[in-house]
Design a protein around this ligand. Structure first.
Ligand SMILES: Cc1cc2nc3c(=O)[nH]c(=O)nc-3n(C[C@H](O)[C@H](O)[C@H](O)COP(=O)(O)OP(=O)(O)OC[C@H]3O[C@@H](n4cnc5c(N)ncnc54)[C@H](O)[C@@H]3O)c2cc1C
Length: 430
C-alpha cells in the first residue's frame, strides 16, 4: 500500500449476522435479538486513513479499503448520523446513460457493482432495474439524445432513441398528444437504469465496513485539519484529535468548507435540491420518466408512492428547508406530463445539499496537500456513483496509483482547461 501503516491496532473484525430466510425463522422462533448492525467505538489516537463524511461515498470507500486492500485501521467521521446528508435524501435513480466517454464508463461500472451489491453485502438494497426514459420536447433535445445513445452504445451501454409511440407504450399515462404545451417528440430509453433503496445501500456498506473492523464515528465533526510541510498530519474533531497521514474528503454539500480546513480551494458551489412524494396509488408507472425541458422527473416506488424531483434551487445555500415555489413548480410540470394525476396528494417534501462543479462531473483524486484526497463534486447525481467511487478511491489510497476510470476527474483539470462536460446528461435527470 502507498502509505506507512503507522497506527496498526488490534483488529476489531467480527462476523456479522447472516441475513437469510433460515436465520429469520431461527430468530423468530427463538426470540433472540439481532446484533446491532454496526458498533460504537472510542476514538483511537491515530488511524491509517480518516474518511470525513458518513454518506454512501465515505462508507463505500471505507468498505473497499478493507475488503479489497486489507486496510482496516480506518475511521469514518460523521458529524450527524450515517446517511443524514444527500445519501438519505436522494431519489435513488441509478443509470449510466451519460454524455462523455469518461462519464459513461465510470457510471456503468457503478451500475454493474450495484447489480450484485445485495449479494456482496448480504443486505437487500432493493435495486429495481425498471428502465429510465428521458423525454425530448424539441429537435435540439433529440439531437443530444442521439449523441448520447451513440456514445452509450460505443461503450456497451444499452441506450436508444425511441419515437412517441414507443414512449406511449413505455409510460401509458404520459400525455403524448400533439395538443400539449411541450409535445413529446421522442425519448432516450435506457433499460438498465432504475431505482434503489438508498438507506439500505448506506446501512449495507456501514454494516460490512464495521464487520471488517472499520470504526464508524457518528456525532463526530471535523473542525480542523492539521497540515505541516505540505502533508496531512491529523484532524481535530469535537471529540478530540486524531493523528493520520491520510484524509479523504467525502462531504459532498459541505466539501468546500472541509477542504478549506486543509487550505485547498475547490471550484464548487453548494445549492439545495428538493424532492417530494405523494400518497401511494396502484402501480402504473414502470419506468423512471425525466423531462429536461420541464425540469421534472417522476418514478413510482415499490409501495406505490410517486416520487417527484426537479433541478436545483436557483441560488447557493446551506439550507435544507422545502419551499412552496418548488411544490407549485413540480406539480405544474408533472401535470403537463400526466394530467390524470391531478387529484393525487403530496405527502411530504424535503431538500438536500448538492456540491455543483462547473462541468457537472465529480472531482476525485489527489490535491496539492500530500495525503489529502477528494471524492466530491457529486452534485445531483452522486448516489449512483457510490460503489465505483468507493472502489476507485480505495484503490488510489491503498496503492498510490490513480485508476484510469477516475483519471479525468482530477482537480487540476479546472486550471488546465480539461473539462468533462456532462451538463447535457446531468442537469435534471439525476
Ligand atoms: C433531493 C435529492 C435528489 C437526488 N437524487 C439523486 C438521484 O436520483 N440519483 C443520484 O445518483 N443522486 C441523487 N442525488 C445526489 C446524491 O444524493 C448525492 O450526490 C450523494 O448522496 C452524495 O453522497 P456523499 O456520500 O458524497 O455525501 P452525503 O451523503 O451528503 O454525506 C456527506 C456527509 O458529510 C457529513 N459532514 C459534513 N461536514 C462534516 C464535517 N466537518 N465533519 C464530519 N462530517 C461532516 C454530513 O453530515 C453528511 O452526512 C440527489 C440529491 C438530492 C438532495
Amino acid at each position: 500500500m502507498g502509505m506507512a501503516l503507522r497506527y496498526r491496532q488490534r483488529s476489531s473484525r467480527r462476523r456479522p449476522a447472516r441475513y437469510s430466510a433460515m436465520s429469520l425463522v431461527r430468530h423468530g422462533l427463538s426470540g433472540a435479538a439481532w446484533p446491532r448492525v454496526w458498533r460504537h467505538h472510542e476514538l483511537r489516537p491515530g488511524y491509517d486513513v480518516v474518511i470525513v463524511g458518513g454518506g454512501v461515498h465515505g462508507l463505500a470507500t471505507a468498505y473497499y479499503l478493507a475488503a479489497n486492500h486489507g486496510t482496516t485501521n480506518v475511521a469514518v467521521l460523521e458529524r450527524g448520523y450515517l446517511g443524514g446528508g444527500g445519501s438519505g435524501r436522494n431519489t435513488a435513480i441509478i443509470r449510466s446513460n451519460y454524455l462523455t466517454p469518461e462519464g459513461v464508463r465510470f457510471y456503468d461500472r457503478s451500475v454493474h457493482l450495484y447489480s450484485t451489491l445485495a449479494a456482496d453485502l448480504n443486505f437487500n438494497v432493493m435495486f429495481s432495474r425498471r428502465g429510465h426514459l428521458t423525454l425530448a420536447h424539441s429537435d435540439s433535445a433529440l439531437r443530444t439524445m442521439r449523441w448520447r445513445a451513440e456514445v452509450n452504445k460505443l461503450h456497451g451501454v444499452d441506450s436508444e432513441v425511441v419515437d412517441p409511440a414507443e414512449v406511449a407504450a413505455l409510460a401509458p399515462r404520459l400525455d403524448t398528444s400533439a395538443n400539449t404545451r411541450y409535445p413529446i417528440l421522442g425519448g432516450l430509453y435506457h433499460p438498465p437504469g432504475g431505482i434503489i433503496r438508498h438507506d439500505a445501500v448506506v446501512w449495507g456498506y456501514a454494516r460490512a465496513a464495521d464487520a471488517h473492523g472499520v470504526h464508524l464515528h457518528q456525532g463526530t465533526e471535523v473542525v480542523g485539519i492539521d497540515v505541516a510541510g505540505g502533508a496531512i498530519r491529523g484532524v481535530r474533531t469535537n471529540r478530540g484529535s486524531i493523528a493520520t497521514p491520510v484524509v479523504v474528503n467525502c462531504t459532498a454539500g459541505w466539501s468546500s468548507l472541509v477542504s478549506e480546513l486543509a487550505g485547498v480551494r475547490l471550484p464548487i458551489t453548494t445549492l439545495p435540491l428538493q424532492a417530494a412524494v405523494t400518497e401511494p396509488v396502484r402501480p402504473f408507472l414502470d419506468t423512471v420518466v425525466v423531462s429536461g425541458t420541464l425540469h421534472v422527473y417522476v418514478s413510482q416506488t415499490d409501495r406505490g408512492e410517486l416520487v417527484f424531483g426537479a433541478a436545483v434551487d436557483p441560488y447557493p445555500s446551506y439550507s435544507t428547508r422545502g419551499s412552496l415555489e418548488f411544490t407549485e413548480g413540480v406539480a405544474t410540470n408533472v401535470l403537463e406530463l400526466m394530467p390524470s394525476l391531478a387529484s393525487l396528494r403530496v405527502l411530504r417534501q424535503w431538500a438536500g445539499l448538492c456540491d455543483m462543479t462547473p462541468d457537472y462531473s465529480p472531482i476525485m483524486g489527489r490535491t496539492p496537500v500530500d495525503g489529502f484526497y477528494l471524492d466530491v463534486g457529486w452534485g445531483t447525481y452522486g448516489f449512483k456513483a457510490g460503489p465505483v467511487a468507493g472502489e476507485t478511491m480505495a484503490e488510489l489510497v491503498a496503492t498510490g496509483s490513480t485508476p484510469d476510470l477516475i483519471a479525468g476527474f482530477d482537480l487540476a483539470r479546472f486550471a488546465e482547461g480539461r473539462m468533462v462536460g456532462e451538463r447535457g446528461a446531468a442537469a435534471v435527470g439525476h
